[in-house]
Ligand binder design. Structure first.
Ligand SMILES: Cc1cc2nc3c(=O)[nH]c(=O)nc-3n(C[C@H](O)[C@H](O)[C@H](O)COP(=O)(O)OP(=O)(O)OC[C@H]3O[C@@H](n4cnc5c(N)ncnc54)[C@H](O)[C@@H]3O)c2cc1C
Length: 665
């Protein structure tokens, strides 16, 4: 099937407005006859469910947690971008568009990103109206902070809990509709297949995770807001439950999967502590506004710190290497995430790491504490030469900005980051690949939509922060509610979709057979054993640096591991009870297929773009090297085994932006 991205004609800045004005609408009375299934109630799915129900559609919403409030979106710390230009520092819709395309290493669609920048301002207004407590400055106006890779302050935030506050806003909006009976909420339900009738998505098969019951649900359209797949690496900053199952099942039914190899590696995470760990913790990027990243200049100092024979605070300024400030003076510690991550890895690979495994660098707030302390002393007319006073005042400011993050760090690492620098190391954080969608957010299956992190469309090879929340909420509040209407306008006379049909029967039988396989397998190894091994292959061979030889090895190893998994996995318990091991088995089965496609995609992409760093394609200074021939989206069609997947290319055209060499110096 040829890919049609359905980008509207006309000048970039008019495309969205004209499109909205020209697509079909469904009148309010007819909306009452239309059912929409929304799988996932994080920020993307939750905002879409609330908005579609408010418009009058009958919404059935599903999540695997016990409440929409527990979606992984709750973990987002740093903030959400919007081109409000409240700081008067030169921001505009065009600049947000430009920064996002550049931040995506010129691998995203111009039209989508421009639309995203346009609606970004509506998101802030919408959320403020809902009561989201964004940070405010002394005068009561909304505050902003800076994120890496851009030169303006456009990130709106709520302490280190932006995702949580935004989710509470979306959840309240949903709850109103649940109360009105316009949303029927199915908590603890996992979607295990999508049902296609006459070529259109018309329903899903779910498993009730509490009782084990397999259920059929029908609708006139199905929307996936099921989040990202970073957990294919086993260790990531994602919530433990985040998975690819819904997107992968859709892929197996005909939805193309785009750019699976694009992963964002976040530079500021708490380093891995050992083999029994199942989760990594993010330290928000906002910390790079004030924290300075360094390692010792001398190898012997690094060794002494690793062995705990030397305290980092004993090293003088000239004994420290602030390597980001040294290599990238213009952006310093606020270089994009991929640049900061690779630079940290480079220092650690050279032996300058600062924890016992040698895989950590320092993030140090000592300078910020003194700077803020002096400012406060000045403001209050106090003695600016009193070191103890400066420390106290400075720590108070740092606490007010990042208190919860510092507390989290201290609880996990058992060191006080106000006194001794934090240790950080890059970790898998966000996946830009996902289900391929056109401009209307429709997948290659008519009637099946994908929004938020589950789709691929707006980020390219993204190295920026605070853009994922923006995209999820743009999709859910402001884009899908228009575009889905155009599709549903053909369904006003269709009537309810029956579930007693051969298509539903076939899909249900398939789901049941896979579940039965797992519970009856009685192998010898638990699910996590395989997931950890998959994660190691992914991190070592498809992680921060990739090369042809290792990617080929990864493909073979993942394929062999998958075979072993099906033969030897042990799932205790039964299918008709609450059985977390069974749920995990299904998710890991899908990760084992996705992982192979991921490696295949990374192998095909013979260039470096964003977090995808191909060692064969780097500049003499070790920077990533893009290649013009790879200015396309890889969209993979399912053909049986991942090795047989067929590649379709969507060419990316830049007419409104000049594709420039990357430079953060
Ligand atoms: C630690 C951390 C911090 C972050 N901080 C920021 C930040 O500061 N700014 C920013 O812009 N981005 C940030 N991100 C990224 C951002 O949080 C996510 O991209 C975004 O929240 C994803 O939202 P979503 O609605 O697409 O998916 P999610 O919030 O992951 O929601 C997925 C939903 O799908 C449901 N689901 C999944 N599979 C199934 C299934 N098979 N059946 C039924 N339901 C299913 C889940 O139950 C859930 O309701 C951060 C990410 C992490 C990991």
């Amino acid at each position: 099937m040829a890919l049609d991205s359905k980008i509207p004609e006309g000048p970039l800045e008019d495309k969205w407005t004209k499109h909205k004005n020209s697509i079909n609408l469904v009148n309010p009375a007819n909306k009452r006859h239309i059912d929409v299934i929304i799988v996932g109630t994080g920020l993307a799915g939750g905002s879409a469910a609330a908005t579609l129900a408010e418009l009058g559609y009958n919404v059935k919403a599903f999540c695997f947690q016990d409440s929409p409030r527990r979606a992984h979106s709750i973990a987002a710390q740093g903030g959400i971008n919007a081109a409000k230009n409240y700081q008067g520092d030169g921001d505009s819709t065009y600049r947000l568009f430009y920064d996002t395309v550049k931040g995506g290493d010129y691998r995203s669609r111009e039209a989508n990103v421009h639309r995203l920048a346009e609606v970004s301002t509506n998101i802030i207004d919408q959320c403020v109206a809902q009561g989201v407590p964004f940070a405010r400055d002394y005068g009561g106006l909304l505050d902003n902070r800076s994120f890496g890779g851009v030169l303006v302050s456009r990130t709106f935030y709520a302490k280190g809990q932006t995702g949580q506050q935004l989710l509470l806003g979306a959840y309240s909006a949903m709850n109103r509709q649940i109360g009105r009976g316009k949303i029927k909420m199915y908590n603890r339900h996992e979607m295990l297949d999508v049902v296609i009738v006459d070529g259109k998505a018309r329903g899903i098969i779910t498993r009730n995770l509490v009782t084990g019951e397999i259920e059929r649900h029908s609708g006139h359209a199905v929307v996936l807001g099921t989040g990202g797949y970073g957990n294919v690496f086993y260790l990531s900053t994602n919530a433990m439950g985040s998975n690819v199952t819904a997107a992968w099942k859709a892929h197996k039914r005909g939805a193309y999967f785009a750019n699976p190899c694009y992963t964002q590696i976040h530079p500021t995470c708490i380093p891995v502590s050992g083999d029994h760990q199942s989760k990594l913790t993010l330290m928000s990027e906002s910390l790079r506004n004030d924290g300075r990243i360094w390692v010792p200049k001398k190898l012997e100092d690094a060794k002494a710190i690793q062995n705990r024979e030397l305290n980092p605070t004993d090293l003088t300024e000239d004994q420290r290497d602030y390597f980001l400030e040294r290599r990238y003076p213009a952006f310093g510690n606020l270089v994009p995430r991929d640049v900061a991550s690779r630079a940290a890895k480079e220092r650690c690979d050279e032996g300058f790491g600062v924890n016992k495994t040698g895989e950590a660098v320092f993030l140090d707030f000592a300078s910020a504490i003194i700077r803020y302390g002096k400012e406060q002393a000045h403001v209050k007319g106090l003695n600016e030469d009193d070191d103890a006073l400066i420390q106290t005042l400075g720590k108070q400011v740092v606490k007010s900005k990042y208190g919860n993050l510092f507390q989290m760090y201290e609880k996990i690492v058992d060191e006080n980051p106000y006194e001794t620098p934090m240790m950080i190391y890059p970790a898998v954080h966000y996946t830009m690949g996902g289900v391929w969608v056109d401009y209307n957010l429709q997948t290659t299956i008519p009637g099946l939509y994908a929004i938020g992190e589950a789709n691929f469309s707006d980020h390219g090879a993204n190295r920026l922060g605070a853009s994922a929340l923006m995209q999820g909420l743009a999709d859910g509040y402001f884009v899908l509610p228009y575009t889905i209407g155009n599709y549903l306008s053909d369904d006003i006379r269709t009537g309810p979709i029956p579930t007693d049909t051969v298509e539903f029967e076939e899909a249900e039988a398939k789901v049941t057979s896979e579940i039965n396989h797992f519970v009856n397998n009685k192998g010898s190894k638990p699910v996590d054993y395989f997931h950890k091994r998959l994660g190691k292959i992914m991190w070592n061979k498809c992680g921060m640096a990739r090369n042809e030889k290792e990617l080929k090895e990864a493909i073979e190893e993942i394929s062999a591991l998958r075979e072993e998994f099906y033969k030897d996995v042990l799932v205790p318990g039964t299918a008709d009870e609450f059985n977390e091991e069974l749920a995990k088995a299904g998710r890991v089965a899908d990760f084992l297929e996705l992982g192979e496609l991921f490696a295949k995609d990374a192998l095909v992409r013979e260039e470096s773009a964003g977090g995808h760093f191909r060692e064969e394609h780097q500049t003499p200074e070790g920077e990533a090297q893009r290649r013009k021939e790879f200015q396309f989206v890889s969209a993979w069609e399912y053909k049986g085994e991942p090795k047989d997947a067929e590649l379709h290319k969507e060419a990316l055209v830049y007419e409104n932006i000049e594709v420039k060499e990357r430079s953060y110096k």
